[in-house]
Design a protein. Structure first.
Ligand code: ADP
Ligand code: MG
Length: 268
């Protein structure tokens, strides 16, 4: 029997005014995959992540997660359905400590009633969130800064804290928007190891990333967006020989902005 895909995106489109950012986007993500979402700057990657996770509404099409239509659900219901995400530019309350930011991302709270009527549920939920945050902060190498205000973190450490926050809700699908951008190279391998471990434990991953070494090390398949359309779905090793991918990054000089040399070299 065929298992249905975990995520199904069908004919999704999105415009901002006259800017057609996504056009007839179709793809599936199977359970257990680690998929890289690639494309030049401005091709619509973050917008696609936003639409799947409820940060913005689709103009047309359908998004199903585990058989449930999530296309019109608000972000918090999509988290509860089992999708976690990080942001390209993480933003968090500056004065809260790293531990507090992580705990605030917990979804296993018992709500106001438990606190008011003193069922003990709220205290247990807090203890559970603390225990989970402790483990995740250790896994993402943030234990030594857990009591610092989040404003004291470097850009890379904020990315790591973003991953911790996304993991606090035990997602089945984790979508990461440029997780290694600004992260110190020494930490990059730790992120690779953490993501592999999560995948081994059953988590499905979609990763927006420009670093081709990272893509080759981590991803089992890549989807490539070019100006709002999917132009390729292939193994990372096939990217360099895929003419649509090369065209997306190189393009023709008169029609496009020049791509950044490092990225062109990597893909071509
Ligand atoms: P990528 O992540 O691939 O670099 P984005 O999804 O961030 O690309 O952006 C794709 C296009 O959509 C860009 O032209 C960007 O200006 C536009 N865009 C994204 N979000 C908004 C928004 N909230 N309002 C208007 N335009 C937007
Ligand atoms: Mg982006």
């Amino acid at each position: 029997m065929n298992t249905p895909p975990l995520l199904q995106v069908e004919h999704v489109s999105k415009s901002f005014g006259g800017n057609h950012v996504l056009q007839d986007v179709n793809f599936n993500i199977a359970r257990g995959e680690i998929v890289g979402l690639l494309g030049p700057n401005g091709s619509g990657k973050s917008t696609l992540l936003n639409l799947v996770t409820g940060f913005g509404s689709i103009d047309g099409g359908k998004i199903d997660f585990d058989g449930q239509n999530i296309g019109s659900l608000p972000a918090h219901r999509i988290v509860n359905a089992g999708i976690g995400r990080t942001f390209q530019l993480p933003s968090m309350p500056k004065k809260m400590s790293v531990m507090e930011v992580a705990m605030a991302a917990s979804t296993s709270h018992h709500g106001v009633l438990a606190t008011v009527f003193g069922s003990g549920g709220a205290r247990k939920a807090e203890a559970d969130a603390h225990a989970k945050a402790t483990i995740l902060l250790e896994q993402l190498l943030l234990t030594h800064v857990r009591d610092l205000p989040s404003s004291a973190l470097s850009g890379g450490q904020k990315k790591l804290l973003g991953i911790v926050c996304a993991l606090m809700s035990d997602p089945r699908l984790l979508m990461l928007d440029e997780p290694t951008a600004g992260v110190h190279p020494n930490l990059r391998n730790d992120i690779v190891q953490s993501l592999r471990k999560l995948n081994k434990a059953g988590m499905t991953l979609v990763i927006v990333e420009h670093d081709m070494h990272f893509i080759r090390e981590v991803c089992t398949r890549c989807i490539v967006l070019d100006r709002g359309r999917i132009v390729a779905s292939c193994h990372p090793d096939e990217l360099a020989s895929n003419e649509h991918v090369v065209q997306a990054y190189l393009g023709s000089a008169e029609k496009r902005e020049p791509a950044e040399p490092a990225k062109v070299a990597e893909v071509a």
